[in-house]
Design a protein around this ligand. Structure first.
Ligand SMILES: [Fe+2]
Ligand SMILES: [Fe+2]
Length: 471
């Protein structure tokens, strides 16, 4: 099991050849996807040969093949993790019943909405990142950007497959709409606001892959628990690819930290303006970027109290990430203490699942922070340690919206908050400075001055390898 058939027009491990109607419908969508890729994907690099991995199997070990490809020739396909024999619904009121191989009529529109919302984020991020190639800090980074981009394209395929295979005509219409909405478009924006923020510099790209792709990981983990088995299997394989996206974020920020510490050592000062003059990112500036992207990504989990989240869980559509680590899978009796601006409140756990997910996400975010801070402390700059902002800071969704809370979680007088906001998130001047660092470096093995080289190259190749051959 697990092998992927590359002899077909659309590589797949779902036996597409046996379902001619579905195959034809997807082959009809395929050229539209390629057109979208060429007009909205990485700008000006369609002729470049990038050293990319392509899935060849869904087995955890040895699932990818590496080689130089032009991105429009990338073999996007449909890959589901192998079925689990006799899989049963693992949570909610239907716990223990056999998982569904077809969409239950009563959950059809909810499942479609969950799939469309997830699917919309995939091409959105490709659009957000389309200009970054022009200012890449190295060929190694450029290759990583393209790897993330083609895999987000494949994640779109994953969701479009489900829409086509299980949702009939409405599914096909939704698949068209996924190519018609565009990130930041005034008339037809992407569904979630974080995916309409432009990503115009690589510091933002590292933060996006660290924080926002990690939100993706948590969404995929909760959908991987779904009682709708094809969705679960699709998401399980997507998670394999997703891990690399967060690696790009974590190591990217780590390399910025390392380079900054080198510059501080060479200059013998931690004065931010001296560090900036030397062409590096001072740690307080990095902290502002972390604050911005973390708070923006926290909104993606939705309202603390949500009847949709309760219904999705009770009905077996969307579980908690790593559902098996919990003991209570029904949650009809459980409660959760929630911090609100009016004080602590006890809420039914079932209604507070967005918050449960947000809390486990934040724990996962802490891991990188600990690693970076170890490096900062070892360099003797423990006072400049980085931190995640309070989950109540700068929220646009939920009970903390509009409350003047600082990144440490303290409620401030409104006037003080407004005055100090740009001490906490990048100001226009900060962004302009970061943009000024974004000079394109494309000699094999060389790095821009604001970021240290990675510890190793891709797939055991040396760092000097020409990871992207530009035309
Ligand atoms: Fe994705
Ligand atoms: Fe991703």
């Amino acid at each position: 099991m697990g092998g992927i058939n590359y002899s077909e027009k659309i590589p797949n491990n779902v036996n597409l050849a046996n379902d001619r109607t579905l195959q034809r419908a997807l082959e009809h969508w395929q050229p539209k996807f390629i057109d979208w890729w060429k007009s909205m994907g990485p700008s000006d690099f369609q002729g470049a040969e990038a050293y990319l991995r392509t899935a060849v199997s869904v087995n955890a070990d040895g699932w990818a093949r590496y080689g130089a490809v032009k991105m429009p020739d990338y073999r996007w396909g449909i890959f589901l993790a192998d079925p689990v024999a006799e899989r049963r619904i693992g949570f909610g009121d239907l716990m223990g019943q056999p998982a569904w191989q077809q969409v239950p009529g009563e959950y059809r529109s909810t499942l479609r909405r969950l799939i469309v919302t997830q699917g919309d984020t995939e091409p959105a991020s490709v659009e957000q990142q389309r200009l970054l190639g022009h200012s890449c800090p190295s060929l190694y980074d450029l290759r990583n950007l393209f790897q993330v981009n083609v895999e987000e394209g494949r994640h779109l395929w994953a969701m479009v497959y489900l829409l086509h295979a299980y949702f009939g005509r409405d599914g096909r219409e939704e698949a068209e709409e996924l190519l018609a909405r565009h990130s930041g478009d005034a008339d037809k924006p992407r569904i979630l606001s974080t995916f309409n923020e432009p990503i115009s510099d690589w510091l933002s790209f590292y933060c996006f892959t660290y924080f926002t792709d990690r939100d993706g990981k948590y969404q995929l983990k909760s959908l991987a628990e779904s009682g709708f088995d094809p969705l679960s299997r699709t998401c399980r394989f997507m998670l394999t690819e997703e891990a690399h996206h967060m690696f790009v974020g974590e190591t990217g920020i780590g390399r910025v930290v390392r380079r900054t510490l080198e510059v501080m050592k060479a200059l013998g000062t931690d004065d931010p303006s001296a560090i900036r003059r030397a062409g590096a990112v001072d740690l307080p500036l990095l902290q502002k970027y972390l604050n911005f992207w973390c708070s923006s990504s926290l909104d993606l989990f939705g309202n603390e109290i949500s009847s949709n989240a309760a219904a999705n869980f009770a009905n077996g559509l969307k579980g908690r990430p790593d559902e098996s680590q919990y003991t209570d899978h029904v949650l009809r009796e459980a409660t959760l203490k929630l911090a609100t601006p009016e004080g602590d409140q006890e809420a039914p756990m079932l209604n507070a699942l967005n918050e449960v997910m947000r809390e486990s996400y934040l724990k996962d975010c802490e891991i990188g922070l600990k690693r970076w801070n170890r490096v900062i402390e070892r360099a003797g700059h423990g006072a400049l340690a980085l931190a995640l902002p309070s989950a109540h800071f700068r929220r646009s969704i939920g009970s903390w919206v509009g409350h003047p809370v600082d990144p440490q979680g303290r409620m401030l007088p409104r006037e003080q908050y407004d005055r100090r906001l740009h001490d906490w998130i990048p100001s226009e001047a900060d962004r302009a400075f970061v943009r000024s660092l974004m000079q394109r470096v494309v000699e094999p093995g060389r790095m821009a001055g604001w970021v240290a080289p990675p510890d190793r190259g891709i797939n055991n190749l040396p760092l000097e390898h020409e990871y992207v051959q530009l035309q």
